[in-house]
Design a protein around this ligand. Structure first.
Ligand code: SIN
Ligand code: MN
Length: 311
């Protein structure tokens, strides 16, 4: 396993993210991209569509029913650096393929992921990492992620549960706080004599399909809508240190996973060779994956469960 360098560890601590352009080859990435239309076409609870549209906003848990994504979920080039940062083994807390479709992809409001994991899932601490892997080239036009560098240092910031703006509920950060955080991170960028942007409190890593970003679960981020004619499909994996597993099953299992077994990595060529993988949800979601409870796991003796189908 290739270790992160001291410079990378320092940069992660300071900025809250690390960008690895072209981390996976075109050949590797296409094994994943080719699967996406078939997955998005399924009329299943795990495909959340954009508000009032057919375009898929996010697909959950593909690693439980699609071979190439199950292999990605065990990829040493992705898991290795995360284990390096935590010095602990990790399990898959959440797995999404976000569509951000050409012309149709809607915004993701400003938020921190750990805010949701704490409020909804009772995840004890922020020892969980977000990984984004681009399945399409990402440029300034197709809704790149926006980060406020260093905002993870603020810990959990105030958020409110937004159930209306988009089709997916999120704990979002209000504009006044975003303004303060951006100002603190460098404010508005200026331009040098050659017209190049300098500084600025918002950054957007852009690059070819196959690029990877690791970002801290408290890093404040968002993305705009995609009015360009290019899709911006990206995989978002959330890897949680095993000791930090969630303590409540308030959200369905396909959104917040309940198997806390540490991930066993496959060899580095696993996207190109057909290593066998388990696909427990290949024949559809089990009823248990839709059951939720507001009672914490350690008080679950007499639990009542209800089935929710997200809109
Ligand atoms: C997310 O924050 O979970 C998704 C953001 C995006 O797809 O741009
Ligand atoms: Mn997020």
């Amino acid at each position: 396993m290739k270790k992160l360098t001291p410079d990378q560890l320092q940069q992660f601590d300071r900025e809250g993210y690390l960008f690895f352009p072209g981390h996976f080859s075109r050949e590797e990435t296409s094994k994943l991209t080719d699967e996406v239309p078939g997955l998005y076409a399924r009329r299943e609870a795990y495909n959340v569509r954009e508000k009032g549209k057919d375009a898929v906003r996010t697909n959950f848990a593909a690693h439980m029913y699609s071979e190439p994504f199950a292999r990605l979920a065990r990829h040493p080039r992705m898991i290795g650096p995360v284990m390096d940062l935590f010095d602990e083994r990790v399990y898959m807390h959440q797995f999404k393929i976000n569509g951000k479709a050409a012309f149709e992809g809607d915004v993701w409001q400003w938020h921190q992921d750990y805010g949701t994991w704490l409020n909804d899932d009772m995840m004890p601490t922020e020892r969980a990492m977000n990984v984004a892997i681009f399945l399409d080239d990402v440029n300034e036009h197709n809704g790149p992620l926006m980060f406020i560098p260093g905002s993870h240092k603020k810990g959990v910031v105030e958020a409110r549960h937004d159930l209306t703006t988009t089709s997916y509920p999120l704990w979002t950060v209000d504009n006044a706080l975003i303004e303060t955080l951006v100002e603190r991170a460098g404010g508005k960028s200026s331009y040098d004599a050659e017209g190049r942007a300098v500084g600025g409190g918002i950054v957007s890593p852009k690059g070819p399909a196959g690029s990877m970003i690791l970002f801290h679960s408290c890093l404040v981020h968002a993305s705009g809508s995609n009015l360009s004619p290019w899709h911006r499909v990206s995989v978002y994996l959330s890897l949680c240190a095993v000791s930090n597993h969630i303590r409540r099953h308030k959200r369905p299992e396909f959104i917040a996973h309940r198997d806390f077994t540490p991930i066993d990595m496959l060899p580095d060529d696993c996207l190109l060779k057909d290593y066998p993988v388990d696909l427990p949800w290949q024949d559809g979601l089990p009823a248990s994956a839709l059951q939720t409870t507001s009672v914490p796991i350690d008080e679950m003796d007499q639990v009542t469960t209800k089935v929710v189908i997200p809109a």
